[in-house]
Design a protein around this ligand. Structure first.
Ligand SMILES: [Ca+2]
Ligand SMILES: [Ca+2]
Length: 532
């Protein structure tokens, strides 16, 4: 190559998403990465996807093999990856095998990881399809977290195991479960599909679509941490011998092969809200209205109500409020304050409901209110949602955005805004739920799932694989279906701003951007997913 161009790619992090508390329903999954192992027969595994751990020494488990990157131990045959354990003297070991990983090339935070594998058999065999946290290089094992999607030991031919190992629950204290097939045939008899579905707070294991184990933070020993909130990379290996499987004996035949038809990674098709909610306890799921200050007729009229008694939008609790029946104009409600600074732009909304059996009546009204305050609590700017009134349809949860701007003194509506911008001298922003009762009219209103989030676009870095291709180089990255991505560049990190190279919509699979090499300059790139 004659080009003297220097290519730098500045990237970090990976696509992250979160699931709402109600995501017990199964979201659609979209393929974001795969290796179908379709290179020509005899090829080494695709180096744009896999790298090798090599060496011997037991790997912390008294294993006997030496891991090599030779095609004797890992190669493509007939659209399959063959990981082959041989009995041979090599580099001081009596056995050889291979251990592949995506470390440093591809990693994912949450998703469905799946592989179709035919495992080997025989005493001393130990095939595994698993993941480790990318932060293993800084925090070490087991703090990085390990997710064993499938492990089998040869002396248990009818069982596979799914396990997590983390700080305080690793090794023989890992949290996991075994799986047997109907009729208990040996797993090595056929291909099976081994899957985990990894979401923000839960991991589920399945074989051939049958879920056999799940774990969440409640599964862990007291005082230990759920560490599966970081990107992880995938590993495939076939160990020979070791503390858990025991060593091969006279019944073990070689070579043995772990045959992998494909590895696929999926993400949910529909990504829920990813922006940070500045409110604490926004859905009233913590006991005793934690983080909220209730006022007015707080006992018994403004109450934390449970799903046992009322409809809720989400979770178990809502905030229910109604009037004081004092005969004079009165307000009841709750508020919480969040630090804010001048110029900060926020958006706010919340869910409201009035029951058909206790519908808000007469001159009563209720609303969500956002007010910006100075350090002396003076109101600098005031915004409200539309009011809940007797003309609001009962029996329906309704999403009420806070978009009306009011004069803080006269309460007259003076404008409309989606972005609520903190004025000069702002010290904090108050989110307030208000029930206004001018006289003694009946009815109540429920509030749930309030949101106060930074306005504007958030850019989430995505993982990128870079490969030189002639006088171009290719930036490849996994995308979510129909979500917006932006590629930016600058020639020097000291340049004050980035320039947009291109915007694109995710295809749900890997996408590649080809960029021409620069003649004599450096260039830096970022690739981000944009969310509003
Ligand atoms: Ca295949
Ligand atoms: Ca709730």
């Amino acid at each position: 190559m004659k080009s003297s161009a220097k290519i730098f790619v500045l990237l970090s992090g990976i696509v992250a998403f979160s699931l709402t508390a109600t995501a017990g329903n199964n979201p659609g999954w979209s393929l974001v990465w795969s290796d179908e192992f379709n290179l020509p027969d005899g090829s080494s595994p695709d180096p744009t996807k896999w790298t090798f751990d090599t060496g011997g020494g037991g790997w912390g488990n008294n294993e006997l093999e030496y891991y090599s990157s030779r095609t004797n131990n890992a190669r493509i045959v007939g659209g399959m990856l063959i990981i082959q354990a041989n009995q041979e003297n090599y580099m001081g070991s009596s056995y050889t095998s291979a251990r592949l990983k995506t470390q440093g090339i591809w990693s994912w935070q949450y998703g469905r990881m799946e592989a179709r594998i035919k495992i080997p058999y025989g005493q001393g065999m130990w095939p595994a399809f698993w993941m480790l946290g990318t932060n293993i290089t800084s925090v070490n094992w087991p703090t990085c977290g390990e997710v064993d999607i499938m492990e089998n030991i040869g002396r248990e031919p009818t069982l596979v195991h799914g396990t997590i190992h983390g700080p305080g629950y690793s090794g023989s204290d890992g949290i996991g479960g075994p799986c047997a097939l109907p009729g208990s045939p040996a797993f090595a008899n056929d291909f099976h599909i081994y899957t985990v579905e990894w979401t923000t707070n839960e991991i589920k294991w399945s074989v051939d679509g049958y879920q056999y184990f799940s774990a969440n933070s409640g599964s862990l020993p007291a005082g230990t941490t759920w560490v599966y909130t970081q990107p992880q990379f995938i590993l495939l290996n076939l160990a020979v011998g070791g503390s858990w499987p025991g060593n091969p004996d006279g019944t073990t035949t070689f070579p043995q092969q772990m045959i992998v038809d494909y590895v696929r990674v999926y993400a949910p098709t529909n990504l829920p809200e990813t922006k940070t909610n500045l409110l604490s306890n926004p859905g009233f799921e913590s006991a005793n209205l934690t983080n909220w200050t209730a006022y007015g007729n707080t006992i018994p009229n403004a109450l934390l109500q449970s799903i046992a008694d009322v409809d809720v939008h989400n979770g178990t609790n809502v905030f229910k409020v109604f009037g004081q029946f004092s005969g004079v104009t009165n307000n009841s409600g709750a508020y919480q304050d969040v630090p804010a600074t001048a110029g900060q732009a926020l958006t706010a909304s919340g869910w409201v409901f009035t029951s058909s059996s206790d519908q808000i009546a007469g001159a009563n009204s209720a609303w969500i209110e956002i007010s910006f305050h100075d350090a002396s609590s003076n109101v600098l700017a005031l915004y409200r949602s539309a009011p809940v009134t007797p003309s609001t349809p009962p029996g329906l949860w309704l999403d009420f955005p806070v978009t009306n701007q009011l004069n803080p003194t006269t309460f007259a509506i003076i404008g409309s805004a989606t972005n609520l911008v903190a004025p000069a001298k702002t010290s904090f922003v108050r989110c307030q739920l208000v029930f206004d009762q001018p006289a003694t009219d009946a009815g109540s209103v429920y509030f749930d799932d309030l949101k106060l989030t930074p306005a504007g676009t958030t850019a989430i870095p995505v993982p990128v694989n870079v490969a030189r291709a002639g006088t171009n180089f290719n930036l490849a990255f996994p995308t979510y279906l129909n979500l917006p991505y932006q590629i930016n560049w600058k020639n020097f990190l000291t340049d004050p701003s980035w320039s947009v190279l291109t915007n694109l919509s995710g295809s749900g699979t890997n996408q590649t951007i080809s960029v021409g090499l620069q003649a004599s300059s450096s260039r830096f790139f970022t690739i981000s997913r944009l969310c509003n």
